[in-house]
Design a protein around this ligand. Structure first.
Ligand code: NI
Length: 189
């Protein structure tokens, strides 16, 4: 496995790649295995919860999403895991249904490290995607961090950046210094 370079929104040439609508992956394709492993490694190394193929320069409809385990603190101060971490390898994902309600939350992107802005997203989405064998899978009503990350990644595959989803552009700011001491409250995808 190898960590790949992550393309940046603030680089003119790299932005062109990020703005390109990706082509579907032709399945089955066992050569994608290595690429997917690299994408997980790159995402984790950058402390992200999602990474799309165009972010490493490949215009393929492929993204990985990872959400951390949910932890609850007990009265004695010890922590207990109440939900496991989850990983999804999304090949040719498409949103087939989404909620009417939206939620606005602070969103960032590994292609613009440190910057966050308020982005409206559907509160949940149902998606269909394929596995490496080309089998179609359905994920129903993904919400919370998972649903939000999926919408961000599907946008990447369509060449849409989170900065374009921000309604109030004054909310976009560099928070890298503010978050350097404490544990980040927000995540990047
Ligand atoms: Ni992103």
């Amino acid at each position: 496995m190898a960590t790949r370079y992550i393309y940046r929104i603030d680089d003119e040439d790299e932005k062109k790649v990020l703005k390109t609508r990706c082509r579907p992956a032709k399945l089955p394709d066992s050569s994608l295995k290595r690429l997917i492993a690299d994408m997980y490694e790159t995402m984790h190394a950058a402390n992200g919860v999602g990474l799309a193929a165009p972010q490493i320069g490949l215009s393929i409809r492929l993204a990985v999403v990872w959400t951390p385990p949910e932890v609850e603190t007990l009265e004695d101060g010890s922590e207990v895991e109440i939900a496991p971490e989850r990983s999804y390898t999304l090949i040719n994902p498409r949103i087939v249904k989404m909620s009417n309600e939206e939620i606005i939350r602070q969103e960032g992107c590994l292609s613009l490290p440190g910057w966050y802005g308020d982005v409206p997203r559907a509160t949940w989405v149902t998606i269909e995607y394929q596995d490496l064998n080309g089998k179609t899978l359905r994920l129903r009503k993904a919400d919370g961090l998972l649903g939000w990350a999926i919408q961000h990644e599907v946008d990447h595959l369509d060449g849409i950046l989170f900065t374009e989803r921000i309604r109030d552009i004054s909310t976009l700011r560099d928070m890298s210094k503010e978050m350097s001491v404490e544990k980040p409250q927000t995540v990047q995808v």
